[in-house]
Design a protein around this ligand. Sequence first.
Ligand code: DAT
Ligand code: MG
Length: 150
Amino acid sequence: KNAERTYIMVKPDGVQRGLVGDIIGRFEKRGFKLIALKLVHATREHLEDHYGDLKGKPFFPGLINYMASGPVVAMVWEGLDAVKTGRSMLGATNPLASAPGTIRGDYALAVGRNICHGSDSVENAEKEIKLWFPEGIVQYSHDLAPWIFE
Ligand code: DAT
Ligand code: MG
């Protein structure tokens, strides 16, 4: 369970607004281990795959345009309950409902410009990690683990 993984992505607005370092810093400081990171300008096809479950929603074309509008920062973070805790660090999907202290609650106002993505289940995390990191993930030991986990 300490090794649960989640796919976290800074969306194009987060990159443009200079929030990459802040978002990475929050995950680092919380105690998660960074196991993959890259800047990617994704194709529409790749993004339609990533958001496949939302095909048919009225906002889908706008979502793909937004996500294809610039590079994103794709990351995998590992740690205790990474999926659920990652989601709570992002805040609610609609930033108007995101608590202050969350990423969206601190930096966003509009659902269509909500800065970040985080996997919503362990199963979807596995799928998203495969989709964004087909080349695989680096393994290394995290010497801080005894200070973060029992
Ligand atoms: P989340 O990103 O919190 O997992 P989701 O998977 O339901 O939310 O939707 C993916 C993204 O689509 C979301 O981050 C922003 C956009 N979106 C969702 N609902 C929307 C809506 N009602 N109007 C506009 N964009 C929306
Ligand atoms: Mg989602």
